[in-house]
Ligand binder design. Structure first.
Ligand code: FRU
Length: 586
């Protein structure tokens, strides 16, 4: 690859030995060589008029992989890099208009094929989830410089449909107040913040700046539809460290109170029991995790915040939103939510959340720090969560799980959250096989295994999604498992347990689960299998879980059977439907 001309100056004048590199920015990206074997060392980017960034990076003269930095903000300026580490590693850094290894991007062996993952580096919590002007924005906790957590920055991706994502340049970088922890976004339609104009109202973001002394809450705004963010010069807007005597005050979640009932142009009001952020008199609400629970703050302008109340019992990443029970607009309840997917149901008057029931949970496994989108045009409450999957040494780590629609449903245990993949996911499915007869486990396995060896029309054998699956695209399996006379039964894939249902103990993969009809001997599953992940939705979304997909289990002498394998004696399987899931990166 062609190297740009850099003026290289080795500088040893600082107290810590540092190498320095200065050059005029002409290209889009800076490619940086990384090895996990190196220690982290301070790396400083300096250019006139751009905030100084100090990060830590494992620059290496013997790179395992490459990461990149978007140089848009530095275009035409002289950029100086100061690195408190190996000068030879710094010498390998180069600018270019392409990201190194871009030709294999999204086609890497363990790249999720229908889930969002970052091009390079580490990804955790979804942040600033919002629909605006035809696009969904997904910001996320990001370390652009390696595949482990550090240097918290807000990454950014956009999508027209919550499935096909385009990664954009990161928007929030560490500054003197700290690194950029989780937060959220609202559309300030009436320009209450004054950051925009009546004609061009801003998107406003709240985020936490974290440093070792304390965590404080800050705001930023965008006047170009969320592509670039400007930090408010009056930051921080909330500093509650002394009040709570804790370091842990973080993850502000913004929304407008009261949610409006007015449908958007052309929308059917009856399908829209509630919408946030659209007009009328009201105030902004910010839910903040403080010490051991979630606090409510209110504001008229998104800058000055007044503390109102606190609910104990939550840790990190609050969410608070209204939902109509069974879709009935006259029975709206509020859901208060924490990072581990536990929730309370209650009422909210704009200042105080009063729990009525909980805690409950509808989801277990890998999901963490999920957030729901503001301003979804058809009023759906759509959530996206993070899974810390390793992807087996790829130059990226972590992924988002499938976006799901949340609803409140009356169940035998009371009103509960239900979560199902958004309806758009159906557009990725390509039918492979279906059978409405009852098959015993041998018949079901034989049917699915035969398929697993036959490539799809036009596909090479190796690329067939069922051949061990890892090298292919994804799969979706819908089936009902009936325990006609068995006390336990389940399903494996390449030897990995996806379903282990015990009727005697009423456990599903070790968690208590009791179907709506307690006398039922059946379990209906919808399973989404990507290269490194599995998501299982049980009984139409009443319960779901997610797990990392294992490479084929077993030993070379005794390999686990390839493909799907239902197990249990005296069981049958009905309503089998198997689909390939198309890649979102094609
Ligand atoms: C949750 C979390 C948040 C914090 C962020 C930092 O995963 O700990 O509370 O803002 O990650 O990356």
């Amino acid at each position: 690859m062609k190297r740009s001309l850099f003026a290289l100056v080795a500088l040893f004048a600082l107290s810590v030995q540092a190498a320095e590199l200065s050059f005029k920015v002409k290209c889009k990206y800076l490619n940086l060589p990384i090895s996990q074997q190196e220690s982290r060392r301070r790396l400083l980017f300096q250019a006139k008029g751009v905030d100084d960034l100090s990060v830590v990076a494992r620059l290496s003269a013997a790179p395992e992989y490459w990461v990149f930095k978007d140089l848009t903000a530095y275009k035409g300026k002289t950029l100086t890099l100061t690195f408190e580490g190996d000068e030879k590693a710094l010498l390998l850094v180069y600018q270019a208009d392409t990201i190194r290894d871009a030709s294999t991007m999204y086609r890497e062996e363990y790249r999720p094929q229908f889930h969002f993952s970052s091009r390079r580096g580490w990804l955790n919590d979804p942040n600033g989830c919002i629909w605006h002007d035809g696009l969904y924005h997904l910001y996320y906790q990001h370390n652009p410089f390696e595949r482990e957590w550090e240097n918290m920055t807000w990454g950014h991706a956009t999508s027209p449909d919550l499935l096909h994502w385009t990664e954009q340049a990161p928007v929030l970088f560490p500054d003197t107040l700290g690194t950029m922890y989780s937060g959220s976004a609202v559309f300030d339609k009436d320009n209450t913040s004054g950051f925009g104009t009546k004609k061009n109202p801003p998107l406003v973001y709240a985020y936490t700046a974290d440093r070792s002394e304390k965590e404080v809450q800050c705001i930023a705004y965008s006047l170009d539809g969320g592509m670039t963010l400007h930090k408010y010069e009056g930051n921080p807007v909330i500093d509650s460290h002394d009040k709570w005597q804790t370091h842990d005050t973080r993850d502000p979640r913004l929304f407008w109170w009261p949610p409006s009932n007015s449908p958007l142009k052309g929308e059917d009001k009856s399908s829209l029991p509630l919408r946030e952020g659209w007009g009328g008199s009201g105030w902004w609400v910010l839910v903040l995790n403080e010490r051991n629970g979630h606090s409510i703050y209110t504001s008229d302008n998104l800058k000055d915040w007044t503390y109102q109340s606190h609910v104990n019992g939550f840790w990190e990443c609050p969410d608070l939103f209204p939902l109509a029970v069974d879709g009935n607009p006259s029975d709206v309840r509020w859901v208060m939510y924490g990072a581990s997917n536990t929730y309370m149901i209650g009422s909210f008057d704009g200042k105080v959340f009063t729990p009525e029931s909980g805690k409950h949970r509808f989801s277990t496994g890998a999901i963490y720090a999920a957030q729901t989108f503001n301003d979804v045009p058809d009023g759906r409450r759509i959530q996206i969560g993070w899974a810390n999957f390793d992807h087996r040494g790829m130059p990226f780590r972590g992924q988002m799980l499938l976006p799901t629609e949340l609803t409140l449903r009356t169940t035998k245990d009371g009103v509960r959250l239900v979560s199902k993949p958004i309806k758009e996911v159906a557009s990725l499915l390509k039918p492979l096989y279906s059978c409405d007869k009852a098959l015993n486990e041998q018949e079901a396995n034989a049917a699915l295994r035969t398929l697993s060896n036959s490539p799809l029309k036009g596909e090479k054998q190796k690329a067939s999604p069922l051949r061990g699956g890892l090298e292919g695209s994804g799969l979706h399996l819908h089936a009902t498992l009936n325990l006609t006379y068995a006390t336990s039964a389940g399903l494996k894939l390449d030897g990995q347990t996806l379903i282990d249902y015990d009727l005697n103990r009423n456990t599903l993969n070790g968690q208590f689960y009791s179907p709506q009809d307690p006398t039922s001997l059946s379990l209906t599953m919808d399973i989404y299998i990507d290269r490194t992940s599995v998501e299982v939705f049980i009984d139409d979304g009443l319960y779901n879980y997610s797990m990392e997909r294992k490479k084929s289990l077993g030993t070379p002498q005794n390999p686990a059977p390839k493909g799907f394998e239902f197990w249990g004696s005296d069981i049958n399987v009905t309503n089998i439907q198997l689909d390939a899931v198309k890649s979102i990166w094609d």
